[in-house]
Design a protein around this ligand. Structure first.
Ligand SMILES: [Zn+2]
Length: 340
């Protein structure tokens, strides 16, 4: 009997302040309103990872999905805004057995912090700027992704197929026609086809819209798929993992299960492709050491402006980019994951 792989996804967006009026209007549990509360909870959780062991004795693993809160014209819940504001805090609490991915809320056309968006395209330059900054500053690029609000639409799906091979946005049906989290036919089964991005069904553990239950756990067991669930850093990770573990143990009984991070569970790439980079007459040539997933992500910064640009393909594994600004190569970085 093969162990059920369990993936604890943590959407990291930092603290959320709630005025008494806001609190009175909410049916969810209170949020952490400060970094001190979040970091205290994470320190407590990290000190007790072994007590959350799986049926094989392994310690708890978390799969982080770290957001940048950027682009809004308002900030009523006093979120930690700015590029890297959440990243720089959360990365201190990530353990070696964890994975780190990207969480992004598409910018709504109203640009208001409390609104959600069903268009990815409207805020695409900002989303790409977040990734350009992470690649240029930290040398980091996500292999795993979760969409804000678990809102999946065709424009986001097509974009992910170019750059990010593992997607934990697929949620059991919530919301009616036109409002559903996922635009796809909810009865469609998604296979892990060669070369395509991998979708891992992920449900909210206990939010106002959904609670993971016995049927979700049995579904994953019967399908031989990972069991992934989603929580937030603004609520107690310690409490949520305690609850999730109890639920999983109750439902599985004697059946084996083990913690896996989001990359392991999806059998995702462990390292990006390596590039050989040469320069000829102002043109950079990038040659990958293996076939890539989708397209290369080429991040550029010039005079404080960040954008993703498009190289031309010169061969199966070879691309060229004419960098007109004659800046050093550190102003341009290329990234790709291996083909799945
Ligand atoms: Zn979110």
């Amino acid at each position: 009997m093969e162990s059920l792989k369990v993936v604890a996804c943590v959407d990291a967006e930092g603290p959320v302040e709630e005025t008494p009026e806001v609190r009175a209007s909410l049916i969810s549990k209170p949020c952490f309103g400060s970094w001190a509360e979040i970091e205290g909870d994470l320190a407590l959780f990290n000190a007790h990872r072994h007590s959350f062991h799986d049926s094989e004795g392994g310690p708890a693993k978390l799969s982080w999905f770290i957001a940048d809160n950027v682009g809004w014209v308002d900030n009523p819940r006093r979120r930690a805004t700015g590029f890297g504001a959440v990243w720089d805090r959360i990365m201190n609490h990530v353990q070696p057995q964890d994975s780190v991915g990207w969480h992004h809320h598409a910018l709504p056309p109203s640009r208001r912090a409390l609104d959600s968006s069903t268009t990815w395209t409207y805020g695409l330059p900002l989303a790409e700027e977040v990734l350009c900054r992470r690649l240029l500053k930290y040398g980091w690029f996500p292999s795993t992704f979760r969409a804000g609000g678990a809102i999946m639409r065709p424009d986001l799906s097509a974009w992910l197929d170019m750059f990010i091979p593992i997607d934990y946005t697929w949620h059991p049906p919530v919301g009616g026609p036109g409002e559903a989290m996922d635009w796809r036919d909810p009865t469609a089964y998604t296979d892990w086809a060669d070369g395509a991005r991998r979708l891992v069904r992920t449900c909210e553990l206990r939010s106002t819209t959904y609670r993971m239950g016995e049927k979700d756990i049995e579904f994953a067991w019967e399908m031989g798929m990972p069991l992934a669930f989603a929580i937030h850093d603004r609520r107690s990770v310690y409490d949520d993992i305690t609850y999730a573990r109890g639920l999983i143990q109750d439902v599985l009984g004697d059946r084996p299960w083990r913690w896996a991070n989001a990359v392991e569970a999806a059998e995702g790439p462990v390292a990006p492709v390596k590039w050989e980079i040469t320069q000829q007459k102002g043109v950079y040539y990038f040659t990958a050491d293996q076939p890539i997933f989708g397209q290369p992500f080429l991040a550029v910064v010039h005079r404080g402006v960040y954008w993703r640009d498009c190289p031309t393909q010169e061969g199966v594994r070879r691309w060229a980019y004419n960098y007109r600004y004659h800046a050093p190569l550190g102003s341009v970085k290329i990234h790709a994951w291996p083909r799945l």
